[in-house]
Design a protein around this ligand. Structure first.
Ligand code: C2E
Ligand code: MG
Ligand code: MG
Length: 369
C-alpha cells in the first residue's frame, strides 16, 4: 500500500517481505525514480531517500513503526542521495558488508580471482566420464575461498552474474575443447535468462572456442521457468537450435511441475542431491527416485543423480537403471589440469587393456607360445 502522508513524504506498507526483498525493492524504486522526466522545456530529475522499519523487531504498532522509519529516513538523508537505511543498525552493517563484498567482486572479476573447478559425471554402467560440470570458485584476495552459495545470490542481486556468467561460459567452453569429446555443463542463473543477449553470448562462446555445440550443456533450475514461462520457452528453443543440450538442475526441490518437462525442450533431468542423500536411510526416497527415473524414461530424457556419496546409493541407482551419476564417491570437483590428467590415465588404461587383450588373443592362438 502506498500512501502520501504529507508534503513530499510517502509511506509504503509491504507485508511479508524478507530483508533481501526489501533491498531489491528499494534498488528498483531508485532506478525507476531516477529516470529523468522529459517535457517540452527540458527534463526534471527527482531524488529520494528511504528509511526502513521492520515489524515486529522495530515496532509492534503503526505509530512505533512510523517513528522508527522516520529515524531511519533521517539516517538515510545523512548518507546522501540514492541511499536507503534500516532502523536497526545491524541491518545497516549487513548492507555495508554486502556492498563491500559486491565491490570486491567487481574488482576480482577484472583481476582474475575467479576460477572454475570441474566435477566429472559418469556413465553408470560403463563407469566412464561422459562430461564435467563447471563450478565457479572465488579466491578472495583477503578472505580466501568463498563458496558459490555465498556469492552467487549476491552477484544475482547486483547484476554481476551477467558478466561473471559470460566469463564462466567462455572459460568452460575453451577449457573443454581440449578434452576431446568430453561434454561440459555450465550452470545458468535465472538473471542471465533476462539478458537479451544470452543466446548470442552462447553462440559466440561456442564459435570462439571451437567446442562442438553438442558437447555443451546448460543447467537451469525451475526458477527460470516460473518467472516468465513464455519468454523462457522462447529462449530455450533458441538455445536448443544452436545444437546444445539442456538440463533441469536440482529436480524435485522446487515445484517440479511435470508440465515443465513436457513443455520445455530438456534433454536431461538432474535429481537433487537431497533425494540421493536419503536413499540408504529413508524409506520413501527410493520410490521418489524411481518415479523420476520412470518419468525420464517415458519422456525420453536422460537422468543424472547428483551427490552420490556411498556405495549403497550407487548400488541402488545402478539397480534402478539411472543413466548417469555424479558425486564425491566417484570424484570431487577437480582443477582443470587434474581433469586433463585423469582423462590421460583413463586413455592409458584403455590402451593397456586393448594391448593386453591383443596379447592374450595372440597367446591363445595356436602355434604361438
Ligand atoms: P549445483 O549446480 O547443484 O552443483 C552441485 C553442487 O553439489 C556443487 O557444489 C558440488 O560441489 C556439490 N556436490 C557434488 N557432489 C557432491 C556430493 O557427493 N556430496 C556433496 N555434499 N556435495 C556434492 P558447489 O560447487 O558448492 O555449488 C553449489 C551451487 O552453486 C551449484 O549447485 C549451483 O547452483 C551454484 N553454482 C556453482 N557454480 C555456478 C556457476 O558457474 N554459475 C551459476 N549460476 N551457479 C553456480
Ligand atoms: Mg548444477
Ligand atoms: Mg544441482
Amino acid at each position: 500500500m502506498v500512501a502520501r502522508v504529507g508534503g513530499d513524504e510517502f509511506v509504503i506498507a509491504a507485508p511479508g517481505m524478507t530483508v533481501d526483498a526489501v533491498e531489491r525493492f528499494c534498488a528498483k524504486l531508485y532506478a525507476m525514480i531516477s529516470e529523468p522526466i522529459r517535457h517540452d522545456r527540458g527534463e526534471i530529475k527527482v531524488g529520494m531517500s528511504i528509511g526502513i522499519a521492520l515489524a515486529p523487531s522495530d515496532g509492534g504498532t503503526p505509530d512505533e513503526l512510523l517513528r522508527a522509519a522516520d529515524t531511519a529516513l533521517y539516517r538515510s538523508k545523512q548518507q546522501g542521495r540514492g541511499q536507503f537505511a534500516f532502523f536497526a543498525t545491524e541491518m545497516n552493517e549487513k548492507i555495508i558488508a554486502m556492498r563491500r563484498l559486491a565491490d570486491d567482486m567487481r574488482h576480482s572479476l577484472a583481476a582474475g580471482d575467479f576460477y572454475l573447478d570441474y566435477q566429472p559425471r559418469f556413465d553408470t554402467r560403463a563407469r566412464r566420464i561422459k562430461s564435467v560440470e563447471a563450478l565457479v570458485r572465488w579466491m578472495h584476495p583477503e578472505k580466501g575461498r568463498i563458496n558459490p552459495m555465498d556469492f552467487i545470490p549476491l552477484a544475482e542481486q547486483n547484476g554481476l552474474i551477467v558478466p561473471l556468467g559470460e566469463w564462466i561460459l567462455r572459460t568452460a567452453c575453451r577449457t573443454a575443447r581440449d578434452w576431446d569429446g568430453i561434454g561440459v555443463s555450465v550452470n545458468l542463473s535465472p538473471i542471465q535468462f533476462r539478458d537479451r543477449d544470452l543466446v548470442q553470448k552462447v553462440r559466440s562462446a561456442l564459435q570462439d572456442s571451437g567446442l562442438p555445440s553438442q558437447l555443451l550443456e546448460l543447467e537451469i533450475t525451475e526458477g527460470v521457468l516460473l518467472e516468465d514461462a513464455a519468454n523462457a520457452r522462447e529462449v530455450l528453443e533458441e538455445l536448443k537450435s544452436l545444437g546444445i543440450k539442456l538440463a533441469m538442475d536440482d529436480f524435485g526441490t522446487g515445484y517440479s511441475s511435470l508440465s515443465y518437462l513436457r513443455n520445455f525442450p530438456f534433454d536431461v533431468i538432474k535429481i537433487d542431491r537431497s533425494f540421493i542423500m536419503d536413499l540408504d536411510s529413508s524409506d520413501n526416497a527410493r520410490p521418489i527416485v524411481q518415479a523420476i527415473l520412470g518419468l525420464g524414461k517415458a519422456l525420453g530424457l536422460s537422468v543424472t543423480a547428483e551427490g552420490v556419496e556411498t556405495n549403497e546409493q550407487l548400488a541402488i541407482l545402478t539397480a534402478d537403471q539411472c543413466n548417469e551419476i555424479q558425486g564425491y564417491l566417484m570424484s570431487r570437483p577437480l582443477k582443470s589440469d587434474q581433469v586433463t590428467d585423469l582423462l590421460k590415465e583413463i586413455d592409458k588404461m584403455v590402451v593397456c587393456k586393448q594391448e593386453r587383450s591383443q596379447s592374450e588373443r595372440l597367446a591363445r592362438a595356436p602355434g604361438v607360445s
